[in-house]
Write a protein that binds this ligand. Sequence first.
Ligand SMILES: C[S@@+](CC[C@H](N)C(=O)[O-])C[C@H]1O[C@@H](n2cnc3c(N)ncnc32)[C@H](O)[C@@H]1O
Length: 298
Amino acid sequence: MDEEQPSSPPHHLRHRHHHHHRRWADLVNKTFNKPRAFIILLLISFVLGYLTHSQPVLSQSAQDLLDHHTFSPPRCGDPVPPAYVRRTVIDRVFNGTSPWEGFPPPHINSLIMQEWTKGWGSQAPVFEHLILQAQPKIIIEVGTFLGASATHMAGLIRKLGLDAQILCIDDFRGWPGYYDEEKSLKMVNGDSLLLYQFMQNVVKANATDSIMFLPFSTSTALGGLCEWGVYGDLVEIDAAHDFHSAWTDINNAYKILRPGGVLFGHDYVWVGVRDAVHLFARLHGFRVRIDGEHWILY
Ligand SMILES: C[S@@+](CC[C@H](N)C(=O)[O-])C[C@H]1O[C@@H](n2cnc3c(N)ncnc32)[C@H](O)[C@@H]1O
């Protein structure tokens, strides 16, 4: 007996299946013979494919970049009145005792020079231009080194009769290879003594009343000012000059720029600085003005 395989459908179903198959083949034939129908079918499958696509529209790496592009926190603290800024820094950074008190201690006195300074464009006309323009109460300098530009600004403030404080941010360590170039200060047990020499230069310039400092990395110091609500009317960027450092400093500094304040910086000739300045200006709708070696956002 011709036994049917258990998996084969009965005869009448096999007939229907055959019939369906032919209708489907006819439809495909007709469709492919009519260009317009073919194109519509193609478009529908493209749209359906796009809508049901499981991948995000942005690549994962672009999404990662976007997720990390903001400099947190979204908002800094409520503004401390300018008259309380110096006190705030002394309290927060130096546990309530001014670092100028009793400086220099005897053991440091013999290690540093009465005055030894060095700078790059530290007395450029831009400082006077911007201090006249902004009439600042609080100036924040990101990158101070031995205080050449800070003491210059202190002199201008005095000359112009302004009541302003200059907050200097620097880790006062120099940079790798710094001693090879300078060979001026001793190094004591790995301490470059730059902080003490900077302090001595400020004492010598008779500017301790208008200069206060935060001896930390730029990100840490700017983050602290942001948290405490310390804002600057004039903020100068002059720390490291590679793109990533300049980009981070500019973004962190912008957070603590008082509305209407001026953000500017040195070393426009460095490609990293220039790229960071222009990218920031483009994203935030600023224009860039050049004054000597300095850039200014306006
Ligand atoms: C070009 S010097 C500043 C010069 C100073 N503005 C002047 O004109 O006299 C740069 C300074 O930035 C400091 N610096 C660079 N990167 C830093 C960082 N990430 N945190 C703290 N200080 C930094 C260096 O220690 C150095 O003293």
